[in-house]
Design a protein around this ligand. Sequence first.
Ligand code: TRP
Length: 394
Amino acid sequence: MAGKKEQHVDPWTAEAAEGESSIDYNKLIEQFGSQRITDDLLDRIEKCTGKPLHSFLRRGVFFSHRELGLILDAYEKKQPFYLYTGRGPSSESMHLGHLIPFLFTKYLQDAFNVPLVIQLTDDEKFLWKDLKAEETHRLAYENAKDIIACGFDMNKTFIFSDIDYISSCTAFYYNIIKIQKCVTFSQARGIFGFQESDNIGKIAFPAIQAAPSFSNSFPHIFGEKTDIMCLIPCAIDQDPYFRMTRDAAPRLNYPKPALLHSIFFPALQGPKSKMSASDPNSSIFLTDTDEEIATKVNKYAFSGGRDTLEEHRKFGGDTKVDVSYQYLSFFLDDTEKLEKIKKDYESGTMLTGELKKELIVVLQKLVSDHRKRREAVTDEIVKQYMSPRPMNFD
Ligand code: TRP
């Protein structure tokens, strides 16, 4: 008997199992072999940093990890570590979903006070998309502005375009070819599902995303040290890259990077689809005006409300499928207010229109604050973040 098609998640696809409307994240943890973030671990993070937990941790937006405990062990012993995250610059303007890993990384950098490297994979987007290399390189610089606007500490943050950094840093390229040599085509095909018809740049690329996990890829920050531990916050679809990295690490005598995984940010149309920059109506962009935000939420945000007012008052709305509620659970800081909204919506006291109104206010503020901060990011500031320079690292 043919089994039902299982869910499939890799860096390019997120497909729910046949007949299911959303990704089963517990199952994904099993499939990938990662660990759930337990309450004990959350307590440890809070104690270790002496700072309140980010709502993304309290609310399970970041829900899975690999060896986070080792990072906390090291931190408690005053041993250093660094953060690594990234973005593929495939579009001019970023959307709300793109902001999640950066907002979270900003919290981690503040809470642990550690160096951060941010990889802009302009090479990856050239290889995968129908874009000119010069264009993805330009988009890397545009996206850097949005990333800088998240408020990273200039003295502890290095942002780089792969195209630039490969050609200027020998140590980075050494690591890339060392990683390439210890992964076979058949392993890469097993992890990423490459086809014979794929261009060979794609097959070589995973080593480039792996290399920043090793501290000696950044001689201006870590000198020749190879043993500084690395923690990577990312959406769970990036995990295949780092499974490969973690397999390669011991063979190169490097520590394996630790990981923190987030769930996906749903499209306005609902959790079946992921927010996509190529469908303007599926996403709220960081460049959207107040009016555009209001229209998109009112028109497209999938509602868990009932068909008629009478039914809604009687049975209440379903927050599990309601996109406006889900967005609020990502972006409304005030937990008491969020809980009240949940209670009122589920009991039918609050209507979909009222819920959407709450969300619109939150998003308009988030996006306009971001826009103001982005406007203040000059080319000169971008240049500073993107220049390899020493950091007081101890
Ligand atoms: N491949 C990622 C993307 O397409 C970008 C990326 C590079 C990344 N290095 C990373 C994401 C490390 C998270 C962590 O968006």
